[in-house]
Design a protein around this ligand. Sequence first.
Ligand SMILES: CC(C)(COP(=O)(O)OP(=O)(O)OC[C@H]1O[C@@H](n2cnc3c(N)ncnc32)[C@H](O)[C@@H]1OP(=O)(O)O)[C@@H](O)C(=O)NCCC(=O)NCCS
Length: 187
Amino acid sequence: MKHTGTKRLETERLILRPFCLEDKESCLRNWAANPEIYRYISQNAKTPQDVFQWLSTAGQAYASPETYYWAIVEKMTGEVMGEIFVDDFSGRNGWCELDWKIGPAFWGRGFAPEAAKAVIRYLMGEVGFHRIQAKCCVENTASERVMQKIGMTQEGIFREYFHSKDNRWCDVVLYSLLDREELDFQR
Ligand SMILES: CC(C)(COP(=O)(O)OP(=O)(O)OC[C@H]1O[C@@H](n2cnc3c(N)ncnc32)[C@H](O)[C@@H]1OP(=O)(O)O)[C@@H](O)C(=O)NCCC(=O)NCCS
């Protein structure tokens, strides 16, 4: 495996690229500040100040070839509609975990699967990951559908793994894709 960082990727409708400071307004307008996005995840909606701080330090993170963190940009409008990134990885064991967010105005048009497929092709084909996984709260059916649409297989349920914002213990479902399956799915 050879780490090569957040390389610019392109799909039919999307550009996946590193974030930059100029993305601030677009991120705030489309997703980063919207509490609906954070319903099933531990983080909270970002304030304009949070976004500025995060984008200001993003450059340092991109200096590392082990950072895989893309802005999802709609080609047609140039809007930053969301993000997709490697949340965790084990170089020794050749696996990584993906996470994604898309702004509500862009939901239901298959953008998350389109971005995820491009990122998986890159992470398996160029970086050399053997296994890519993703997990979500079982109530987050939209995210689980993305895992299914990109050809991942359900492996199991982590019981009461996530503590929700309304103070409940929620089960979490784990999916994965192996590199040989990715080759099948590309054909
Ligand atoms: C999960 C997410 C990235 C999906 O993005 P997307 O680009 O809308 O993905 P798709 O277009 O493939 O739609 C996936 C599913 O979302 C659901 N969905 C579609 N439009 C929707 C809408 N307007 N409102 C709510 N859910 C919707 C559907 O279940 C759809 O599955 P289907 O195509 O079989 O009907 C997006 O919903 C999101 O950002 N959610 C909040 C952040 C989050 O929870 N991230 C995952 C953390 S584990």
